[in-house]
Design a protein around this ligand. Structure first.
Ligand code: FES
Ligand code: FES
Length: 169
């Protein structure tokens, strides 16, 4: 049987350059989870329907299950852990917890990633804009209402933090 040629992939994950040996058909999701240990990136449907595997690729949300790893070569990837950690949570993570927008938690990494991409571009989104931004992310548990409210609350908090930084007391 013919051996598949492999390549060395170099990508920046959450601010750190990483390398992995990949074959040309491997997905970014597989490399992140199985080769680089980023289990915070979830595998749901594996075919672009659920958004559980969303990461930021050079700041834009992508489904890692539909992205070939080589497409990320030389680029910046941000996963949920790069958005915030238990010690330094992002306002979105705080709001999701506070509002009860997490139940089983399987969709949460993808939801927060999609919301982060939205708030980076649009700090004051309307409810419809929030719903549109998370329309590719499925949640089986929460009914979405609390997720939308959590994103609204986080947006407000981020605007306040930025305004205080501009006008210190
Ligand atoms: S696992 Fe990627 S979209 Fe569902
Ligand atoms: S909290 Fe369970 S799928 Fe969203």
């Amino acid at each position: 049987m013919k051996k598949i040629k492999t390549y060395i992939l170099k990508l920046n994950v959450n601010g750190e350059w990483k390398k992995a040996e990949i074959n040309p058909l491997e997905t970014l999701l597989h490399v992140l989870r199985e080769k680089l240990g980023h289990n915070e990136v979830k595998e749901g449907c594996g075919k672009g329907d659920c958004g559980a595997c969303a990461v930021l690729l050079n700041g834009k949300p992508v489904n890692a299950c539909l992205t070939l790893a080589f497409q990320a070569n030389g680029l910046n990837v941000v996963t949920l852990k790069g958005i915030g950690t238990p010690d330094r949570p992002h306002p979105l993570q705080e709001s999701f917890v506070k509002k009860g927008a997490i139940q089983c938690g399987f969709c949460t990494a993808g939801m927060i990633t999609a919301a982060k991409a939205l708030l980076d571009e649009n700090p004051k989104p309307s409810r419809d804009e929030i719903k549109r931004a998370i329309s590719g992310n499925l949640c089986r548990c929460t009914g979405y209402k609390k997720i939308v409210e959590a994103i609204e609350e986080a947006a407000k908090k981020i605007r306040n933090i930025k305004s205080e930084a501009r006008n210190p007391k």
